[in-house]
Every structure is written in C-alpha cells, then in structure tokens.
Design a protein around this ligand. Structure first.
Ligand code: NAP
Length: 358
C-alpha cells in the first residue's frame, strides 16, 4: 500500500534530537516497519496548493497520516482526487483539518491517537493561564530589554486564587485542566459542555456546569477552550459573544484557532474587553507573518501569550502519538479492531460525538 505522511520540517533540531518523531526527518519512526511489510512510505511537508507533494501523491495514496501541528488540509475537493484513500490517521488529537462529512460519504475512516497528548495540553493551559494572569510575558521582555520598572508590570498582575475559571469543553483535556486548577483555590470552577460530567467526576473537582453559553462566559474571569473544532464551534468566540465576557477577562485557546474569530479577539484585546489572550493554535497554520495575533496587545502593551502550535507535541507526546499511529496501522494491516476511542469516522459513519452532536 502507499502511505503518505504530511509532517513538519525539523531541520537541524530533528537531526540533533531523534525524539522529534513528528518531523519529516524522523518520519514518526515508521519507515523500517512500513517497508519491512512491503509498503511504500512517502513523507513530506509540502502541503499547500495544487503543485504540493500532498496533492500530487494523494491521487493514489491508500493511507494518509497527518498531524494537527502542520495540517494537511484534506478538503472535499482534495478528497475527490484521492481515488484509493481508505484511512486517515491523525498523529495526535484533533481531525478538524479533514472534511469529516466528506469522509463519511466516501467511507474513508478517520482515526486519531486519542488521549496521546492531553496531559501535554492541560499543562500548557495551566501555564498559559498563569502567564496571562500574572502578566509574565511583558515582565520577561522588560528584563531582556534591559529595563526594571516593577510598577509597570505589577499594575496588571493578579493572583489566580479567588478567580472564577471556566472550561468550554470538559472532555479529556478540559477535565484535566479542572483537576490541575483545584489546588489554586479559585473562587469557582465552571464548565460548559453538551453533556454533564459524571456526578463523581464533577464532585472531585467541585465544578459547576453552566448550560447557557452567555451566562457561562459572563461569570468567568478566565476561560479556557477545550472543545474540538466543528460546525458548532467554528467562530463561536466572536464579537457578539465577547461582549458578554466579563470586562478584562483572560482567554486561553489551545484547542483550535478557528473557534475564535481572529479579528474580533484582537479588537477585544486592544479595547481592554479582554485583558489577555494566549494559545498555540491558529486559524491557518503556519500562521502568516501579518496575522493579527502575532502582535496584538492590550491597552497596557501586554496580554499576548501566543506561541506556535506545540503544546501537544512535546517530546513525551511525540513518543505517544508515534507509537499510537503505529498501533493503528498495525491493526489496520492485520485486520484487528481499532481502539474504539480512536475512531472518529468509521466506515460510513461518525463513531465519536465530540465533533458535534449529530
Ligand atoms: P475530547 O475528550 O473529545 O473532549 C472534547 C469535549 O468538548 C467533549 O466533552 C465534547 O462534548 C465537548 N464539546 C464539543 N463541542 C462542544 C461545544 N460546542 N461546546 C462545549 N463543549 C463541546 O477531546 P480532548 O482530547 O479533550 O481534545 C479537545 C480538543 O483539543 C481537540 O479536539 C483538539 O482540537 C484540541 N487539541 C489541541 C492540541 C494542541 O496541541 N494544541 C492537542 C490535542 C488536542 P461531548 O463529548 O459531550 O459531545
């Protein structure tokens, strides 16, 4: 079979650090396994436009491996060229870069390595909340720039203790964030999700479910987004909803950039409606040089905690999602059942509820 992987270039870092498995250079550690089984394995980072390797090879690829960090956008149009495609494997979590409805229609399975990087992201969320609330980035920049003016930093620095923190989405990542927030003695922990957490899980973190989105955002000092991108979450955080946020709230999105409307967030930060915004996910990846999130600031010149998409691709996470990808391929080649939690789209139907209640 022909297996095509779209990964990011690691350059010198990937040569020096073989645990950077999710790179073009290190090929998810799959080459010897795949070739020993008689399969052809193509790995590339070239993914944009009709002349890309992605579009050239997709025509006769049987199995496509992609990652959310350097997403090969498998639109309906590109899928229509993929005459042999049977399985898409996301090395990581989040398959929104694939047109899932089209995959259902075409009976192309979509699998991901569920859970592989949820701790990595939950830790990043905690870091991002703290760096915003404590005004860390401008403090560090001041030091690098040779300055020392404590009042300029402290005027916008707060404690997390005593704040109301809410997660939009209380799945694997959202719940781990709630668990990690418990020792910070927040005033209250809230969540907004389609479904209630099991009573025991809810009690363990003393979280309260708020069922109306506007009510939810209006009560939170800090909001963290931990829901997948689908029709119901695309552009969910927009100008209108941002008006219902508490003035000066902090927002962290490590789920998917397109859940937030980029210009509306930048405007809310500039006006002070948001005090800070942090995350690692962007509506287009790699983000263009002029993307408003690269340079947006609050009225005091801080409040921007953006990074490139890396929270779920720590070296620890890369081992887990590389091993998980191999296990999915092995199951497929050997005709064994897949882990149910890994199946997003089975043959001709959704198997996961997470990409929208259908
Ligand atoms: P998960 O376990 O499936 O949890 C997602 C939760 O979001 C589920 O509880 C789901 O509800 C809920 N949800 C879906 N739509 C919602 C909506 N409109 N409003 C409120 N809640 C909604 O997934 P996860 O492992 O926590 O991952 C969540 C997302 O994080 C992934 O889809 C991916 O986009 C992102 N992620 C980012 C990185 C990174 O590196 N930055 C890494 C991994 C994952 P139900 O299940 O009840 O329907």
């Amino acid at each position: 079979m022909k297996v095509l992987a779209i990964l990011y270039n690691g350059y010198e870092a990937a040569t020096a650090e073989p645990r950077l498995l999710g790179t073009v250079e290190n090929e998810l550690g799959l080459r010897s396994y795949l070739e020993s089984q008689g399969h052809e394995y193509i790995v590339t980072s070239s993914k944009e436009g009709p002349d890309s390797d992605f579009q050239k090879h997709i025509v006769d690829t049987d199995i496509l491996i992609t990652t959310p960090f350097h997403p090969g956008y498998l639109t309906r149009e590109v899928m229509n060229k993929a005459k042999n495609l049977k399985v898409c494997v996301t090395a990581g979590v989040g398959s929104d870069h694939i047109d899932l409805n089209a995959a259902v229609e075409r009976k192309i399975q979509v699998l991901e390595v569920t859970g592989s990087n949820v701790v990595s992201v939950a830790e990043q969320v905690m870091m991002s909340i703290l760096l915003l609330v404590r005004n860390f980035v401008p403090a560090h920049e001041m030091i690098e720039n040779g300055g020392w003016q404590v009042s300029e930093i402290a005027r916008n620095a707060f404690d997390l203790e005593g704040k109301v923190v809410g997660t939009l989405g209380a799945g694997r990542i959202g719940y781990r964030v709630l668990q990690r927030l418990v020792p910070f003695n927040c005033k209250e922990l809230l969540y907004f999700d389609y479904n209630a957490l099991p009573a025991e899980a809810e009690a363990a973190v003393a979280a309260r479910r708020v069922q109306d989105l506007k009510e939810f955002v209006s009560q939170c000092d800090v909001i963290t987004i931990n829901a997948p991108l689908h029709e119901g979450t695309l552009g969910l955080i927009n100008k209108e909803l941002l008006q219902h946020f508490k003035k000066g709230a902090w927002l962290v999105d490590t789920a998917r950039g397109a859940i937030c409307v980029a210009e509306d967030v930048a405007e809310a930060l500039a006006s002070g409606q948001l005090r800070g915004y942090a995350g690692d996910v962007w509506n287009v990846q790699p983000a263009p040089k002029d993307h408003p999130w690269r340079h947006m600031k609050n009225p005091l010149g801080g409040g921007n905690g953006m990074t490139p998409h890396y929270s779920g691709t720590t070296l620890d996470a890369q081992i887990r999602y590389a091993e998980g990808t191999k296990a999915i391929l092995q199951n497929y080649f050997e005709g064994k059942p897949q882990e149910p939690a890994n199946i997003i789209v089975g043959v001709g139907k959704y198997e996961s509820k997470a990409y929208g209640q259908r």
